[in-house]
Design a protein around this ligand. Sequence first.
Ligand SMILES: NC(=O)C[C@H](N)C(=O)O
Length: 350
Amino acid sequence: AALPTFPQLEVRQSVASVNASLGNVTIFATGGTIAGSAGSGVQTTGYTAGAVAIQTLIDAVPELLNISNINGIQVANVDSGNINATVLLELNRQITAELAKNTSTGAVITHGTDTLEETAFFLDLTIESKKPVVVVGAMRPSTATSADGPLNLYQAVTLAVTPEAESRGTMVTLNDRIDSAFYVVKNNANSLDTFKAIEQGHLGFFLDSIPQFYYSAATPAGKPFFDLAPLNLTSLPHVDVLYGHQDSNPELIRAAAESGAEAIVFAGTGAGGWTTKGRQVAQAVYNETGIPMVFSTRTMNGFVSPQSNDWAISSGNLDPQKARILLQCALAVGYNTTEIADIFDALQVS
Ligand SMILES: NC(=O)C[C@H](N)C(=O)O
């Protein structure tokens, strides 16, 4: 099925006269609460996300121009629940092109927090540059009495011009923390301190807005790279996530396949658990279609070990939404089910 097209607002704004002694960071704005607007300073729910333009976000933090030359590109301006494959592919193309320039130091993406981990993980899998790529959001709208967005944005740009931030893959920063996009998950629907990589830990933190790293640069074991930018894709493959629970309806598995899913992710109970009947239907659908069937966990944290049969793939450390993004990328570059199983196997911690 064709993905809905997305309004593209690619406005490049030069907001700084160039200071040759500073680096050059491009901010790609996509909306979210960091660009949200509420009716009063104390309203922190029920506001409009993606209401404020990139120029306003930058103007709110004049100190940015002390640490970097800044360009802003408005790629979209939506609640992150509406970010889709069109926006992901556009970000991949624009960031890849931007970081290839000698003049570019790093990239910052402003984004709603609800699906931030999906976009950040996608960029981590599809951008090869060692230059910092930093995804940043906020939990309070820009109009809040103590909005968190401006300092988060300042710290994101600081991170993007920090040499020690290179070669760490895509990073996520919010509330003084620095996280790996590969591992980070939103853990709380409301609190400022919502992004965590519980098992793997934060990469570092900001002390007086200066990045401090716990570890030297390293990448997660088995992390694949998918070279999407040259493919000029206009959509990503259809992959569905099914949620596991007592008495889950096994026919939803067949329905997903019949509606065009090229892979199915099971957000299983515990370590990839699913009902016996559901597994039988999943195996039957696999025998008919050969599409990847990936078992993850609805608990969001924890490890799904290799399955005891040859048709089911386990997600290892990847939660369902990240397993879905990985499958979309792998299918987009043409990997078959066996090769995809190998990619997931390589992610298993040994
Ligand atoms: N804090 C946020 O950014 C939440 C918002 N609903 C979004 O994801 O766009």
